[in-house]
Design a protein around this ligand. Structure first.
Ligand SMILES: [Zn+2]
Length: 279
């Protein structure tokens, strides 16, 4: 007797579709973790389920093309899945075919860990931020390196130190930038902020005055994270939670310092040109 297969019903078709969507989304998340995640940080999938394959392509910075490119997996998977202990996977730039990125990982039922990569995690720091941070750049590099090696507590501690060092400079920059255009009330508000606000409040206050409104609104969550860094909020947090906090506040931190420094430089250049003109 021929085996009768079960005819597909609506429920089965829907769940297969949903399963595919979930796989795609989780595989993308895994890809982002491969590219940006810290070493030895555990990556877990949603709902206690798992995908079985690494992504076929990744978006990575190519040092040959000097921009973000699609990298394609070159290593052929062996077996029906990519699970294993200390396994490696290699991707190649689809555009120039000249640059490779390799990862070493361990993947089992408990989760996924990136345990090595070459070239190393990118520590490229925006030249504008480098200038804005001055001597604190050394601390910032250590913060980024700590983050990339999974030392989240170390990363936020370095960041906290920079914030403490830089906040008064930030307030000075803001004063130089706005003082002449401020009303008496705004000047009083500034003095009050300078004397009584905590570090994170000062940065938030300065950022609100200097960042484009949209960037500021988007950064709301970053200020909560920033506040955690400079208050006692991080004392009870795990390495992973600290990495997450670092990533969240890093964006707003970088933007604020860059923009203020940029304004200051432009104004100084303008003043210099004006002086030259008057001669
Ligand atoms: Zn390339």
């Amino acid at each position: 007797m021929a085996l009768m297969s079960t005819p597909p019903n609506k429920y089965n078709a829907e769940s297969a579709f949903e399963r595919e969507a979930w796989d795609g989304a989780e595989q993308d998340r895994l890809g982002t973790h491969l590219v940006e995640g810290a070493l030895y940080a555990q990556f877990t999938f949603e709902d206690g389920r798992t995908v079985t394959r690494l992504p076929q392509t990744l978006d990575l910075y190519c040092s040959s093309c000097e921009k973000e490119q699609t990298f394609e997996r070159t290593t052929v998977p062996t077996g029906s899945d990519d699970f294993g202990w200390a396994k490696s996977v290699v991707y190649r730039c689809r555009n120039c075919q000249a640059r490779y990125q390799a990862f070493l990982y361990t993947w089992n039922k408990q989760g996924f860990w990136k345990v090595g990569q070459t070239p190393e995690v990118r520590e490229r720091i925006d030249p504008a931020l480098k200038k804005a941070l001055g001597k604190s750049i050394v601390l910032y590099q250590k913060a980024v390196r700590s983050r990339n090696f999974g030392f989240g507590v170390g990363a936020v501690t370095y960041l906290r130190r920079i914030i403490e060092d830089k906040t008064s400079q930030l307030m000075d920059l803001l004063k130089d930038e706005k003082w002449n255009s401020w009303s008496e009330e705004e000047r009083a508000e500034f003095e009050n902020a300078r004397k009584t606000y905590q570090y994170s409040q000062k940065i938030e206050y300065a950022a609100e005055k200097i960042l484009p409104p949209r960037a500021f609104a988007n950064g709301r969550d970053s200020f909560t994270a920033l506040h955690d860094v400079v208050s006692s909020g991080i004392h009870s947090k795990t390495e992973e939670e600290c990495i997450e906090i670092f990533d969240r506040c890093n964006v707003i931190f970088t933007r604020t310092f860059q923009i203020l420094h940029e304004h200051k430089r432009e104004r100084e250049e303008f003043a210099a040109q004006l002086t030259a003109l008057k001669r």
